[in-house]
Design a protein around this ligand. Structure first.
Ligand SMILES: [Zn+2]
Length: 420
């Protein structure tokens, strides 16, 4: 490591960084899109970027079909048990005012084969499937299960937490203005109560409102000596159940630390560093889609690499999800080794964070994530009320921030970077 990169790595974890910003972001709350908590986080991030770099971020408007969560609950039509709690999934349509009544069908995990095996039974029913650990190669995303439910004629969708007990789970539904069925997350305990004595007939109550809304991405440019850019991104928004600490206060805090450490040196870099804090990521990656789709072909061609930080602590082990870019993967793994770290790599494109929108435009892009293929790590609590600051070991977030500072400095400073 040369002297400048070493300075950047050291500065990224000096003076309380990244833990002070991590705690302050957790203090803003879960940062659900459109909430006061998310707006407070945007203001905090903009202020901190300016304080750390001396530059003002652009607040780039994103127009979005807003959705506001109202109360939600489930009752068994046979009267067994009181109202069961549930959490409507993001963008779920509302049920009729007096509820949606239908039989329940339990499809277990909710793999495609589970749907086809019971295809004749599904029309007109509320299907129940299981949430799963999200950071593995074989995970089936909730939005796919939701699509299969609609394809098979279900009228409602319940997803049960994979962790035992009373923890509900949330997430996006994938419903659009054109197509959707009411959808909610429940705890394992509620799933057991709804199926005790055989799947019950249910009445599902979901209140929700949709209205056009404006939100913002924060974009900060630290120009280098050429027209080329490295984009370091992290998503701002989260979910209301916890503090969205792992997902994604960790990524935001590390990106702030790297921005502050790199800023004094950026003018000497071969290529500029762009910090992109994307919003409404939890709403099917809407903020980054708006941003990358809105760039000209020349602007996209100028981006040599996107490093996307999403859930980077909760385990000491980091993996790069490298979106099919073999050269970028080899370069990232080799650079990590040069900085004294082992970085895992997973090549297939995963549409599970904002790097996806860069990758689908042909821009080399990787998500850095902790706990990949470690279902017992603290990352198992993401999307539940337990995603709080207590799950993050300061040593893990600090070590991750150091590594990312080193990699980002290398990417900005390399004389020649050919990752496409
Ligand atoms: Zn995330």
């Amino acid at each position: 490591m040369d002297a400048i990169t070493e300075k950047i790595v050291e500065a990224a974890c000096a003076g309380g960084a990244p833990m002070a910003d991590f705690a302050a972001l957790c203090d803003t709350g879960g940062r659900f899109g459109g909430s006061e908590s998310e707006a407070a986080a945007c203001d905090y991030l903009a202020r901190r970027l300016t304080a750390l770099t001396g530059a003002e971020p652009q607040r780039a408007t994103v127009d979005d079909l807003g959705w506001t969560r109202g109360p939600a609950s489930i009752e068994r039509c046979d009267g067994a048990g009181a109202n069961f709690p549930c959490v409507s999934l993001v963008r779920s349509p509302a049920t009729p005012p007096d509820g949606l009544e239908a039989g329940l069908i339990d499809l277990g995990r909710g793999a495609e084969a589970d749907f086809t095996a019971q295809a004749a039974e599904i029309p007109g029913k509320i299907v129940m499937v299981r949430h799963e650990y999200m950071f593995t190669a074989g995970t089936i995303h909730r939005r796919r299960k939701y699509q299969w439910a609609m394809d098979h004629g279900a009228v409602g969708f319940l997803i049960a937490c994979h962790l035992p007990g009373d923890l509900p789970v949330t997430g996006s539904s994938g419903a659009t203005a054109e197509r959707g069925i009411p959808a909610a997350g429940i705890s394992a305990a509620t799933a057991a109560a709804l199926t005790a004595g055989g799947p019950a007939r249910l009445r599902l109550h979901i209140a929700a409102e949709q209205a056009p809304r404006r939100t913002q991405n924060l974009i900060l440019d630290l120009p280098g000596q050429s027209a080329e850019w490295v984009v370091l991104s992290a998503h701002i928004d989260g979910h209301h159940l916890g503090e969205s600490a792992m997902d994604n206060a960790t990524g935001l805090a590390a990106a702030l630390a790297v921005a502050g450490a790199a800023a004094p040196h950026a003018a000497s870099f071969r290529r500029g560093l762009r910090i992109a804090f994307f919003n409404v990521e939890e709403w099917a990656l809407a903020g980054s889609a708006h941003y990358v789709d809105g760039l000209s072909a020349a602007e996209r061609a100028a981006i040599q690499l996107n490093v996307n930080l999403d859930s980077i602590a909760g385990s000491p082990n980091l993996t790069a999800l490298t979106s099919g870019f073999a050269a970028a993967e080899a370069w990232l793994v080799e650079r990590a080794r040069a900085h004294g770290r082992t970085l895992g790599a997973y090549r297939p494109l995963m549409a599970n964070s904002d790097h996806y929108n860069f990758a689908r435009h042909g821009i080399p892009a990787a998500r850095i994530v902790a706990g990949f293929d470690e279902p017992q790590s603290a990352l198992r609590y993401v999307l539940t009320p337990e995603d709080d600051r207590g799950k993050v070991d300061a040593r893990d977030l600090t070590a991750a921030t150091r590594l990312i500072a080193g990699i980002v400095a290398d990417a900005c400073r390399a004389p020649d970077l050919r990752l496409r």
